[in-house]
Structure formats: structure tokens, C-alpha cells
Design a protein around this ligand. Structure first.
Ligand code: D5M
Ligand code: FE
Ligand code: ZN
Length: 563
């Protein structure tokens, strides 16, 4: 195994029972022969050492005689045997107290799709502020040898990292072919039609628009098409125009039919199927039923073979004056505690930094004005996370990548800035499969659209997971093009949801929402940014400083609060 990557070195050291300071790992990584350097460092490690210090590594590398590090030698052997190596400055009391924030599992009701908040078990309102802090504020600050944030490994995590697996699919990075030309838009919509239409064609006896146009009046007819227009008629009925590669056809949904409620859910450019009968003159289809690509009700999600957890977060917004550095540090410190030892994965669904020039007047609230400095600072905060947690991140609309979706991952320059933690960096959206559990990660800009277009009870900022349900039902993360959403036409539609994910993870709206849709766990992960002036002006009250945690073996969610 190549040992150049810090994470590989960390895992090699962990498998031999050692933790190491981050700088020590960096030093080993930068040696001429990292594998040999690691061997020598381990051989020369003082008896009973738990953590290999940077001084130790330097001495070994500089001269060939090993020198013990008093600070590490004083650690007890029992700690080495698997107990957590608390970050320097965190004491046992802090660890115990950390457990008091435990929020009950959200227990979303799979059938009713009830929001976690409905159950009163998650969300800011359910919290008792006195017990909700993950690590008490009085945690001592002294950092005798290295700052807690230099710590790379928590010994409580599995030593055998070979059981881990992270696979990434549907990543646009490096595959972008679109030029933005008209033909590219035609191609991407054609691909969308083919792939989502394919999920509907077996369910209805469909005909192309062209064929329906020449069918006699009164015939039964079905069509699979993209919604190209939605209008209400003078008498209050709905006229939905469907388009397929052969043409368009007008479909009428009568206002007094049950299916009229479904018209309220429709977005432009989504793919649906309708069945009905043609008017006497054959010029319009009276719709009797409407079908969505959807997720089968009986979908049975995959689970991991062992007890292991993933924390799902987003919208860190480093560089904003409202970024909650303290809450973030509490979260990161908590990840070093035994209570968090099952968390081996951290997924970050976009908006790492606040960015520059994303919204009007945004510069008035910037703490860091240079975008690269924002990423440097973000990287520092990432280092607070234990080095033996696998991190996967996608960009969001505040990040320094193209805004149009699908968004490619961060470029080399930004990757370099964020390399310290060896995170996996992928596009928005991406499907990330953790030990068999597929997580569809999507930043969530389309949620603004879904919430704006659908009636309050079907999608709202207070229940963002319900808006996510509609994306699952439409099998597309960003169905409607032309509003908030910018689309980069590629040769295939990266935004369709081809395979049903086991978990759907979004952010962007800065509100917590957890629920299950046809057994797919849907999590909108809140943010790490306090209310901004804009959000105040439009009454958005963000859920800031929460970390949803998912059990990958049961797919049960828990929400942790850190502020
Ligand atoms: O956006 C967080 C949420 O707030 C998301 O629902 C969009 C909305 N938002 C925030 N600022 C603005 C402005 N200036 N105009 C419109 N909508 C806004 P995020 O992009 O993740 O910060
Ligand atoms: Fe955001
Ligand atoms: Zn966003």
C-alpha cells in the first residue's frame, strides 16, 4: 500500500496500536521512503507509547537513534488497548458529560413520512439547552504537547480499517463535455426522458405524442412525457402539456378529480405518465391517472454488516461572520470521544465556505474576504476532525466551483489547500456507498424551487425532508430548470436518480429535516452558520450546530446538538 497519503499512514499506525500527532504524520509522509520511515518510527517507539509525537519522529528521521517522548510515555497502557485517546485538553469528565446531549433517535415513521420534528424528538425546540452541549464550555484549554486539533487518531475507532469501504458513483468531475450549446440542452433532456421514461413505460400502454395526435376522438390513450407547461383554464381545470421526442400533447386534469391535487406537485421539466381518453375531436387528453417514476413502496434498503455510523452535515460556511466556530469545535471534539467511536464516516454536502459574491451585499458579513483564505481556514477546522474518520465532500452554491449543476468537485488548487485530512472530494451530486449503504449526496439548491412551487403542507422550510420526498418521487434531484437552478447540459443527465438510494442527504436550506420516504432515509442536515441578515429579513430561522448521525447497520438516525 502506498504510504504517501496521510490517511494511509494514520491507518497503518492505528492498525499497530499507535496514534500520532498530525505533524508527525506529515513528517512521515514527506520522508523519502514513507514506508521505511514508518517502520523505523514504530520500532523506535518508547514502550507503552500511545501517541507518537512529532519530536519522536523527527529524532528518528534525523538520527538513527530512537528517543522517547516523556509526554507520550506517561500514557497508560490501558488507553492503548482501545480506549479513546481524548484530545489533549479534553478530560474524562468532558467525555462523560458529552453523552448528556443525546437526542433520541428521530424514529421517523416510514409509512406516514412523519417528520422527526412531529415526534418532538429532534429539532431545536425539543432541546433542553442545559443538557444539550456536546462538550462543556469549561473544557480546559491548555494544550501541553500539541493542540487537540492536531490529534489525528482516536483509538476508539476500529483498528481494522480494511472493513471500511467508500465507493463513489455518478461523479461529473473530469467528465464534463457540455459546451452550453442548444444541442447540449436537447441531448440532456432527451437523456432524462429516456432514463426516467424507462421507469414509466412498463407501467402504462404509452404512445408517442405524434401517434396520439392522429388517434380518433374518444380513444383510450397514455403518454410518457416531460411537463412542458402547466396552466389553469378559465373554468379552473388544469392543462398540462406533455412533450416527448416526437412532439407535444395537451392533457386536461379536471379540478374535481382526486388527481387534481397531484397537479400542485408538478414541476416543469419532470417526467410523468398519464392515462386517459381523448376528447371527441381528439385534440386533448382527459386524464384519469397520473404516474411518477417514484420509489417502490416496498423498497428494502441495504444496511452495513457491522455497527458503524456516519455523520451527515453540510453548510459549514467558514469565512462568514456567522460561522459558528465554537459549535464546530465542540462537534469535532466530541468526535474524539468514546461516544462517537462508531462514527467512521463524515459526509459534508456542500457550502464548505461562505464564498465571495454569492449573494448581493454578502461582503458586509464576511469574516474572511479571500476565497482561498476561506478554504485554508476551513481546512484548519477539518483538521479538528479525527484523522481516522473518512470524509467525503461535495460542493454547494457557495463553493468555488461552477454554479451550474452537476457541479464538478474542487479543482487541484483547492484540493491542495484541503489536503491535510485526505478527504474524498467529489461532485454535486454524487452517490457515495459506505459499506453497502448508498447515500445520494446533493447540495440542495432545487429544494428552494420545490418549496416555492409546492403547497406549504407538501414542502416547506420547516419540513425540508418533505421537499426531498418529491425529488425522490420524481427521481430527479433538480427537475425544474430555469429558476434558481442553473443547469450545465452534459451528454447524460447526472441529476436523475437512476438507482434508489438507501439514504438521501441534502443541505442548502439550513433547516434540519429527517424522515423516511418509501424506506429511503432522507436527511437535510442543517448548517453551522447563525442567521444572516438576509435570512433575518425573510424570516429564515436556521437550524445551526446540529449533526445528524446515521447507524449504517440499522439506518436509524440520531440528531446531536453542539451549541
Ligand atoms: O442558502 C441558505 C438558504 O437561504 C437557502 O434556502 C437559500 C436562502 N438564501 C440565503 N441567502 C439568500 C439570498 N440572498 N437570496 C435568496 N435566497 C437566499 P445558502 O445558499 O446555502 O446560503
Ligand atoms: Fe448553505
Ligand atoms: Zn447552499
Amino acid at each position: 500500500m502506498p504510504l504517501e497519503a496521510p490517511a494511509r499512514i494514520v491507518s497503518e499506525l492505528t492498525s499497530r496500536g499507535y496514534n500520532a500527532d498530525r505533524e508527525a504524520v506529515t513528517l512521515i509522509a514527506s520522508a523519502d521512503d514513507p514506508a521505511r520511515a514508518l517502520e523505523r518510527v514504530v520500532e523506535a517507539a518508547p514502550d507503552g507509547a500511545l501517541r507518537l509525537s512529532v519530536d519522536h519522529v523527527r529524532e528518528v528521521l534525523d538520527a538513527d537513534d530512537a528517543a522517547g517522548d516523556p509526554a507520550t510515555m506517561s500514557e497508560s497502557a490501558s488507553t492503548r488497548a482501545g480506549a479513546v485517546d481524548a484530545p489533549a485538553g479534553t478530560d474524562a469528565t468532558a467525555e462523560t458529560d458529552a453523552s448528556t446531549d443525546a437526542e433520541p433517535a428521530a424514529s421517523p415513521d416510514a409509512r406516514s413520512g412523519a417528520s422527526a420534528a412531529d415526534g418532538g424528538s429532534v429539532g431545536p425546540t425539543a432541546d433542553d439547552p442545559s443538557t444539550s452541549t456536546a462538550v462543556p464550555d469549561d473544557t480546559p484549554d491548555e494544550t501541553p504537547e500539541s493542540s487537540p486539533h492536531e490529534t489525528t487518531v482516536s483509538a476508539g475507532r476500529t483498528a481494522d480499517q480494511s472493513v471500511r469501504s467508500v465507493e463513489i458513483a455518478n461523479d461529473i468531475t473530469g467528465r464534463s463535455t457540455g459546451t452550453g450549446a442548444y444541442e447540449d440542452f436537447v441531448a440532456v433532456f432527451r437523456d432524462r426522458y429516456e432514463r426516467l421514461g424507462g421507469k414509466l413505460r412498463s407501467r402504462v400502454n404509452h404512445r408517442p405524442a405524434e401517434a396520439i395526435q392522429s388517434m380518433p376522438g374518444g380513444s383510450e390513450a397514455s403518454m410518457v412525457g416531460m411537463v412542458s407547461d402547466i396552466r389553469s383554464t378559465a373554468s379552473g381545470h388544469w392543462l398540462v402539456e406533455l412533450e416527448d421526442p416526437t412532439g407535444t400533447f395537451p392533457c386536461l386534469v379536471m379540478k374535481d378529480r382526486d388527481i387534481a391535487a397531484l397537479v400542485e406537485e408538478l414541476l416543469h421539466d419532470e417526467i410523468i405518465a398519464v392515462e386517459g381518453s381523448l376528447a371527441d375531436d381528439g385534440g386533448i387528453l382527459f386524464v384519469d391517472s397520473m404516474h411518477f417514476p417514484d420509489v417502490p413502496r416496498t423498497y428494502s434498503p441495504n444496511t452495513a454488516d457491522r455497527h458503524v455510523q456516519a455523520a451527515l452535515i453540510s453548510d459549514v460556511h467558514v469565512g462568514s461572520q456567522e460561522f459558528m466556530a465554537d459549535a464546530w469545535s465542540r462537534f469535532a471534539d466530541w468526535l474524539h470521544t468514546p461516544e462517537a467511536s462508531a462514527i467512521e464516516y463524515l459526509l459534508i454536502a456542500g457550502d464548505m465556505v461562505e464564498g465571495v459574491g454569492v449573494y448581493p451585499d454578502q461582503d458586509e458579513e464576511l469574516d474572511i474576504v479571500d476565497i482561498y483564505d476561506q478554504y485554508r481556514q476551513f481546512s484548519e477546522h477539518l483538521k479538528e476532525v479525527p484523522g481516522d474518520i473518512e470524509i467525503v465532500m461535495i460542493p454547494g452554491n457557495h463553493d468555488a466551483v461552477r454554479l451550474a449543476e452537476p457541479q464538478p468537485a474542487f479543482d487541484e488548487e483547492l484540493r491542495d489547500i484541503m489536503s491535510a485530512h485526505d478527504a474524498r472530494i467529489t461532485g454535486n451530486p454524487s452517490t457515495v456507498t459506505l459499506e453497502g449503504v448508498s447515500v445520494l449526496m446533493y447540495h440542495g439548491v432545487s429544494l428552494d424551487e420545490v418549496i416555492a412551487e409546492l403547497p406549504e403542507e407538501k414542502a416547506s422550510y420547516d419540513d425540508p425532508h418533505k421537499a426531498m420526498y418529491h425529488l425522490l418521487k420524481k427521481r430527479h434531484v433538480a427537475p425544474q430548470y430555469g429558476g434558481h437552478l442553473r443547469l450545465a447540459p452534459e451528454e447524460k443527465d447526472y441529476l436523475t436518480i437512476d438507482e434508489v438510494p438507501d439514504v438521501f442527504h441534502t443541505g442548502h436550506v439550513h433547516k434540519l429535516g429527517v424522515g423516511k420516504y418509501h424506506n429511503v432515509l432522507s436527511i437535510n442536515s442543517g448548517c453551522w452558520q447563525e442567521q444572516t441578515a438576509f435570512q433575518k429579513s425573510v424570516n429564515i430561522d436556521p437550524d445551526a450546530g446540529f449533526a445528524p448521525v446515521v447507524d449504517l447497520d440499522t439506518l436509524e438516525p440520531t440528531i446531536r446538538k453542539f451549541h
